[in-house]
Design a protein around this ligand. Structure first.
Ligand code: SAJ
Length: 421
């Protein structure tokens, strides 16, 4: 049975581009989101997120009538769930636990419109076992239909996990070109999922089971987190030993089998700073390196703030007529990585807030990718590069956005990305 109508639940950084790709292949796509503003924006042919090329694709899909957005699910042949899977922060400093409540709500929302022959795919990055859990939620809402956990190959509804793996900023290209891991709950489920993704995916669709697909995604991001932690640990060691870490890494990377990543202010985003916890919380006694890497990366913002305190003290020693209140600090970059507007789980944002809460003078934020600051930024003022360059006494480089690469503030500098060296 072919897929005439495809529904994507969750129209965020993954769901909206995915919906747009199906629509660009002339499939009827129903995008569902609980956010009325997102739904209205998309139905006007516009987008509520920043992602290169996506605006044109969504505009064409909506005006040609292939994509529409709504807040309540409608019948479709395939449902892709692309909702957030955050973690519940553990206030006692313990291991954070995954929060599957958005998957649960999405499952319960689509259950009433499911019919025999439908395919449900979980795309959200999920802890091992989440796809089976989703299948249980669907089955308990629809006892009249059979599901793979009890009916195997003969199930009325097929279920698979197919984790998204695209890099923000390159989503449109990577959605088409990247290989996909397809973890069906049965062979039929996998085959159906491959048929669906073949509509626009040009990469290879590699079949496995749902649990392995879940773990594959977590492994990819944990591997990157561990590698970044190695670079961040090196940056702290080198600072103590008076060695330029950027030069050191360039030298070490000349070895044919060494490829060290770049240190920074910490690890942000909704993926790499989150997903390793899904492994650690399932197997806390065994996931030792993965756990330590998280702690190293999460500890980096406080280290940067200490560096800023030292820069303030150096500045005051050289400017004895000034007091702390007279010191203006400019923080360059708030996003979680270069050349995007995404402030989610951003160490740069956290550092700017920490500086603002400990510093009695003016704190300026420079973020060329946003027009206004998030609401909880206290007295921080958003300014453009020119104003920050002329007003600040201390410049803190937090994100290596392209706009910051060709400037060099003539102030005291704390450079977490090594571009003003
Ligand atoms: N970072 C460093 N040093 C580096 C590279 C990155 O400090 O050398 C930092 C970034 O500044 C950022 C964080 O790491 O704060 C994560 O950035 P990223 O570019 O490594 O990854 P994401 O979060 O944008 O996207 C990742 C990707 N996963 C991998 O590369 C293994 C992407 O393919 C996934 O689809 C995405 O997570 C996801 O949604 O899970």
């Amino acid at each position: 049975m072919s897929f005439e109508t495809i529904s994507v639940i969750g129209l965020g950084y993954i769901g909206l581009p995915t919906a747009a790709m199906f629509a660009s292949r002339k499939k009827k796509v129903i995008g569902v989101d609980v956010n009325q503003h997102a739904v209205d924006t998309i139905n006007q042919g516009k987008i509520h997120i920043v992602e290169p090329e996506l605006d044109m694709i969504v505009h064409a899909a909506v005006t040609e009538g292939y994509l529409k957005a709504t807040i309540s699910p409608e019948p479709a042949d395939a449902f892709l769930i692309a909702v957030p899977t955050p973690f519940k922060k553990n206030t006692n400093g313990g291991i954070p636990e995954p929060d599957l409540s958005y998957i649960e709500s999405a499952s319960k929302a689509i259950a009433p419109v499911l019919k025999k022959g439908d395919l449900v795919i979980l795309e959200s990055t999920s802890p091992v076992g989440a796809t089976e859990q989703m299948a249980e939620w669907l089955a308990s809402s629809r006892p009249d239909l059979s599901f793979p956990q009890s009916a195997g190959e003969t199930a009325d509804v097929s279920i698979a996990h197919c984790p998204e793996r695209v890099l923000p900023g390159h989503v449109v290209r990577e959605l088409v070109e990247n290989d996909r891991v397809i973890g069906g709950m049965s062979k039929q489920c996998s085959d159906r999922a491959v048929e669906l993704y073949r509509i626009f995916v040009e990469g290879e669709c590699v079949i496995t089971n749902a649990r392995t697909a879940e773990m594959a995604k977590l492994t990819e991001n944990s591997s990157r987190d561990v590698q970044i932690a190695f670079a961040n640990e090196l940056s702290i060691i080198c600072d103590k030993l008076d060695i330029d870490v950027w030069e050191l890494i360039k030298l070490a990377n000349r070895h044919p089998r060494v490829n060290i990543l770049q240190p920074g202010p910490g690890v942000g985003g909704h993926c790499i700073a989150v997903d390793p916890w899904f492994i650690v919380s399932k197997t806390p006694d065994d996931a030792k390196i993965i756990h330590t890497a998280r702690l190293v990366n999460d500890g980096k913002p406080e280290w940067v703030v200490e560096k800023v305190k030292m820069a303030i003290s150096d500045f005051l020693q050289q400017n004895t007529h000034k007091t702390v209140k007279d010191v203006t600090i400019a923080c360059y970059g708030l996003a979680f990585k270069p050349d995007i507007d995404d402030l989610r789980e951003s160490p740069a944002l956290d550092i700017t807030k920490m500086i603002a809460s400990m510093h009695s003078g003016i704190v300026i934020a420079v973020e060329p990718n946003v027009n206004q600051l998030p609401i909880n930024m206290g007295d921080v003022v958003l300014k453009d590069i020119g104003d920050a360059l002329s007003e600040a006494d201390i410049s803190v480089l937090l994100v290596d956005h392209k706009e910051f690469r060709n400037i060099k503030p003539q102030t005291h500098i704390v450079d977490t990305k090594g571009i003003w060296g």
